[in-house]
Design a protein around this ligand. Structure first.
Ligand SMILES: Cc1cc2nc3c(=O)[nH]c(=O)nc-3n(C[C@H](O)[C@H](O)[C@H](O)COP(=O)(O)OP(=O)(O)OC[C@H]3O[C@@H](n4cnc5c(N)ncnc54)[C@H](O)[C@@H]3O)c2cc1C
Length: 406
């Protein structure tokens, strides 16, 4: 059978494109290498699926911002939410604009997409890893290593990136696109934990603290975030820290020295606070002195980093020692040596370069009839629903353009 469209990859973008095309009455085959579609979707937003963000703008994206802007213009968050509403998923937003399904369950988002595909007759083939995608006649043929093959007039590559291989990520899509004449920009983890020298964070594993975090490259501030910081035996994570991973990797890759500056008392005069505290609690020893401002173990680490004896009572602190402690409380600076890798990263920076695509349609300029959408392309967003917004909107742009061609 000759399908109208063959879609490689049954993740967020592939499922969305399949739904949109099938709703237009197109004959679609969806090829997924895992034994079920949409596995990564189930893990998004801690199982709640932060599916878009009301405030999304091109500035929330990296790589090709132009492509992100074009997709957002055609399919802004509100339009995507309306589409989900039509699929049976009413949405609601939190105070930061992050949008979730009303059910608060990622599984319901996946179910809605899956059910729409089934109801509209999409031929979903799981355990079908596309090993080759080539032009045949006026269309395309996708083949697996086991010898299965499928033909269609148009093809859409939605194979995702390299982040979270346990959920199916692999490099297949890049290879398929390269084979059809596409250039691939270098890939590295974005939205990932930051690695520091292990001795700097020794003993802090599992400690959480609220605060500000600034990424420094060669001493200059590259980006600042605020929120929860989570320490591990290898460094710092938590959303605020993970947001800095892309820029940290970029800076490290260009040979710049990276560090993070942590501020546990943003907006507060730490020196004055500590002066008053030492007067109010003169017998409190350094091992407990900061406990209550920050978690106890973190307080001890900072006191040690300030060179203070754990047994020293606060009443005996000298002004220079208070200065040193205050400087660490509001600006503890840790070198960043790397980020964690793709195994635990949420998103891939880099991918198929957008200059090879018409960003108004997501059609390839190298191979007519070939389209791509989602994370396989050189667009990545910040944390907060922006990556799924890109997956949905680029897929919907491609689906509309394919429908118009058929
Ligand atoms: C833990 C985690 C949490 C996240 N949470 C959020 C969130 O809350 N909000 C947000 O916006 N983003 C989130 N993201 C990012 C978001 O999930 C991805 O950006 C998005 O899923 C990308 O969609 P995609 O369709 O491009 O790729 P995927 O959803 O990764 O789908 C690609 C699919 O292609 C299949 N495939 C690959 N190669 C082949 C092949 N050769 N043949 C057949 N099939 C193939 C894969 O098995 C996979 O199913 C999160 C990511 C992770 C890892």
């Amino acid at each position: 059978m000759l399908y109208d469209v063959l879609i490689v990859g049954g993740g967020a973008s592939g499922l969305m494109a399949a739904c949109a095309l099938a709703r237009k009455g197109r004959r679609v085959v969806l090829l997924e290498k895992q034994n079920r579609v949409g596995r990564k979707l189930l893990s998004t937003g801690n199982g709640r699926c932060n599916l878009t963000n009301l405030n999304a703008s091109a500035g929330d994206y990296h790589g090709s911002r132009q492509a992100a802007r074009a997709a957002l213009k055609a399919w802004p968050p509100k339009r995507v939410m309306d589409f989900f509403g039509e699929l049976g998923i009413p949405c609601r937003a939190d105070e930061a604009g992050r949008v979730y399904p009303m059910s608060n369950q990622a599984a319901s988002v996946l179910d809605a997409l899956r059910l729409c595909c089934d109801e509209r007759g999409v031929d979903t083939r799981t355990d079908f890893a596309v090993a080759a995608l080539k032009r045949v006649g006026g269309g395309f043929e996708a083949a697996s290593a086991e010898g299965q093959s499928v033909r269609a007039r148009l093809s859409l590559v939605c194979t995702g990136g390299l982040a979270a291989p346990k959920l199916g990520a692999c490099g297949d899509g890049y290879r398929l696109l390269e084979g059809l004449g596409h250039a691939i920009a270098p890939r590295f983890p974005a939205i990932a934990a930051l690695k520091t020298p292990p001795e700097a964070v020794r003993g802090l594993k599992g400690i959480r603290a609220e605060g500000g975090i600034a990424l420094l490259a060669d001493g200059g501030i590259v980006r600042e975030e605020a929120g929860e910081l989570l320490f591990s035996e290898t460094g710092v994570s938590g959303i605020a820290a993970m947001q800095l991973a892309r820029q940290a990797n970029e800076a490290l890759r260009s040979g710049r020295r990276c560090a993070v500056r942590l501020d546990f008392m943003p907006g507060i005069d730490a020196r004055r606070e500590l002066m008053e505290r030492s007067k109010a609690l003169p017998l409190r020893r350094m091992e407990d002195f900061l406990s209550g401002i920050v978690p106890k173990r973190l307080g001890q680490t900072l006191a040690k980093a300030a060179g203070l004896d754990m047994a020293l009572p606060a009443g005996e602190l000298k002004p220079a020692q208070i200065d040193a402690l205050a400087a660490l409380l509001s600006g503890w600076t840790l070198p960043v040596t790397a980020t964690l890798g793709f195994e635990t990263a949420q998103v891939t920076a880099g991918g198929a370069v957008l200059k090879d695509f018409d960003i108004r349609t997501m059609q390839s300029l190298r191979c007519p009839g070939l389209f791509a959408a989602g994370e396989v392309l050189d667009v990545d967003g910040d944390c907060g629903g922006f990556n799924l917004q890109w997956a949905w909107s680029s897929a919907l742009v491609a689906a509309e353009a394919m429908d118009a061609l058929l």
